[in-house]
Design a protein around this ligand. Sequence first.
Ligand code: UDP
Ligand code: MG
Length: 310
Amino acid sequence: MKTLSIIVPCYEEEDALPLFYPAVKKVLDTMKDIKPEFWFVNDGSSDNTLAEMKKLHKANPDEAHYISFSRNFGKESALYAGLQASTGDYVVVMDADLQDPPKFLPEMVKYLESGKYDCVGTRRVDRKGEAKIKSFFSNAFYGFINHISKTQIVSGARDFRMMTRQMVNAVLSMKEYSRFSKGIFSWVGFKTKYLDYHNVERVAGKSDWSTLQLFKYAFSGIADFSQAPLNIAVWLGGVSSILSIIGLIVVLVRHIINPASAVFGWASTISIILLIGGLQLLCIGIIGRYIGKIFLQVKNRPIYIVKEKA
Ligand code: UDP
Ligand code: MG
């Protein structure tokens, strides 16, 4: 008999939770040699998510557990808290909105039991119901990060994945403050099997990812797993230095040959000053983002704070 921990990060999921639990239970009931253990993590929801969790816990005290944060810390922190609390031989991470189809659970367990894989992940093969522009940027992001980072990130991979205890312990050993799970799961290595599936709509509630947030998330992920933007800054600086030296030589030579031409070129001078100034600010900005990450890391703050747990 193996224990399966199911980790569910929840933010404003009062409508989805009552649908999620029975849907997953229905699948678990068909899995005879698996003992489930649920860890619902309330990520500082302002609705009745915690009350719904308490209801589930009261009805199934040995099986449904919850952790409630003191405020919203983000999904990545909720995942970390759930992984830390889990005790199962296998651990699966699922969204509360049933966008991660529970019907995959038996197949995932089968792959892990076979001993050939340490992790079974899922990958969306289409992006139905998503704006074209969003898909475009998302593809560009995966192309870029896989090009510049040694940590490969599978396009369309969801956080929905089942891992062995050994891999969970590896993930837990990464205590970094800025947590980009897609990168962390890939960084720890191990053998991962990907199952493909078609996009499913949320059962209830709404996703509150704005385009701006997705951009921030993308940049943050890149900065967490690559130093390429710093190299870009170095290259920009190097190229513009070389160009200015060439420009200087041209100006000097022209001045020696024909001193009268000196006043020519005010517009080009101003544009070049603006360009160089812009590049400098860009590079300082990139460096600043990394320093910001270092700043947060060295303060060594906890990744989450628990208010209630049962
Ligand atoms: N979530 C969370 N904290 C947050 C935002 C989201 O724990 O600050 C949870 C949310 O309840 C859900 C999962 O993370 O179970 C995925 O969120 P969502 O469905 O909004 O994202 P999407 O599926 O659009 O990627
Ligand atoms: Mg969702």
